[in-house]
Design a protein. Structure first.
Length: 380
């Protein structure tokens, strides 16, 4: 199998890497991550102009890519720069609309591609603990429309989003797959209340309260009660994106650590000449390559029609980068010594992001258990 990217993907990756190196250096990223907005609208527009958002979607909805490897290329570059702009929300919300939306709903994808609309997924709830169908938020019919009531947790850039994809239960128990529905909610809808905060790894998130939020009939995405499959499909793209982002962050942590081992001297020689440190670094390089293989496998599988094979590959990739990313963070900090923990060193921020990626959309324990469960489905 040929693992080389197409010329178009290589050009996109080069453009993104160059933009991040020249316009989104660590000091600029740190300024943006600490800002009250949580992202920079000007940088967001520039990234959209480069084509970073259009590459996430297929041509039939206005994009120019949309394959698994297109998404992997974009997010690996974003991971190298620790970019905090709301790419993940655009990808997940846009993919959900592309799969299940009406013609009128699909027209909204254009504003995601050009960056004029910030989108966010509002699905997790207090106490849900990664379970994809654990939803207590309720949606009830009101005339021709709907009324939503409930709460959502850790909505990425939720207090800045103009479009929210909200999961709510229209039937069944709180953990049933059946009865879960999805709704497109304007960020300024009456009845929405936010509590925004900064994240430990940069950017912002928010807690969302929905108090009798009234929506029209056109807010429902897909069929009533059939949202679980749409959500699995859309968050699958999110899993691939996070795995590729983690891979990009690991590559930078590896590069900076190798440079430190070459230049830091002790007893008159570079510390990289010490055999014990060479062995630790060699083990780390092998682990990162294993993570890359898992991401490649997931990027290839996500475009396939076999659901179990696709989801197994995605969970395997998320498990791999969760485990390997945490090890990379720990080892690179230790190989740097005490300086690795300092706020002024970019490595500390890469380490935080690697650890936090493990906890988005299910940590390594969750995805290991999910992989095993999917394997049992295959054997039955």
């Amino acid at each position: 199998m040929n693992f080389e990217h197409t010329e178009d993907r290589r050009m996109l990756a080069d453009s993104l890497d160059r933009f991040i190196a020249e316009q989104y250096g660590f000091n600029e990223r740190d300024r943006i991550a600490r800002s009250d907005e949580g992202f920079d609208a000007a940088r967001w527009s520039q990234l959209a102009e480069i084509g970073a958002l259009g590459a996430l979607f297929p041509e039939d909805v206005g994009g120019f890519g949309g394959a698994g490897f297109d998404v992997a290329v974009v997010f690996e570059s974003l991971g190298k720069g620790l970019v905090v702009e709301p790419f993940l929300g655009a990808l997940i919300v846009g993919r959900a609309i592309a799969q299940a939306g009406t013609a009128a709903q699909k027209e909204r994808i254009a504003s995601l591609i050009d960056g004029s609309t910030v989108a966010a997924l509002a699905h997790e709830e207090p106490g849900s603990h990664y379970e994809p169908t654990q939803v207590a938020t309720r949606a009830e019919r009101s005339g021709d429309g709907w009324v939503l009531k409930g709460a959502k947790a850790v909505v990425q850039l939720g207090d800045r989003a103009g479009l929210l994809l909200v999961s709510a239960r229209t039937g069944g128990a709180d953990d049933d797959a059946q009865g879960l529905s999805l709704f497109l909610v304007p960020g300024d809808a009456q009845g929405l209340a936010w509590r925004g905060y900064r994240k430990v790894d940069g950017g912002r998130a928010a807690e969302l309260a929905l108090d009798q939020v009234k929506l029209g009939a056109d807010a429902l995405l897909g069929a009533e009660g059939k949202g679980a499959a749409i959500l699995e499909h859309a968050t699958g793209w999110g899993l691939l994106a996070l795995a590729a982002e983690s891979l990009g962050a690991m590559e930078v942590a590896k590069r900076d650590t190798l440079e430190y081992l070459r230049t830091r001297r002790q007893f008159g020689v570079p510390i990289g000449s010490f055999q014990a440190l060479q062995h630790r670094m060699a083990d780390l390089l092998l682990e990162i390559e294993q993570g890359r293989s898992a991401v490649i496998n997931a990027a290839a599988a996500i475009d396939g029609s076999d659901r179990v094979a696709r989801e197994k590959a995605l969970s395997a990739a998320k498990y791999s980068v969760g485990r390997i990313g945490t090890r990379v963070a720990e080892e690179c900090i230790q190989l740097h010594g005490g300086i690795g923990m300092t706020w002024e060193l970019p490595l500390a921020h890469y380490a935080k992001r690697l650890v936090m990626i493990d906890h988005q959309f299910g940590d390594e324990d969750h995805h290991l258990a999910r992989y095993i469960a999917l394997g049992k489905e295959t054997s039955q």
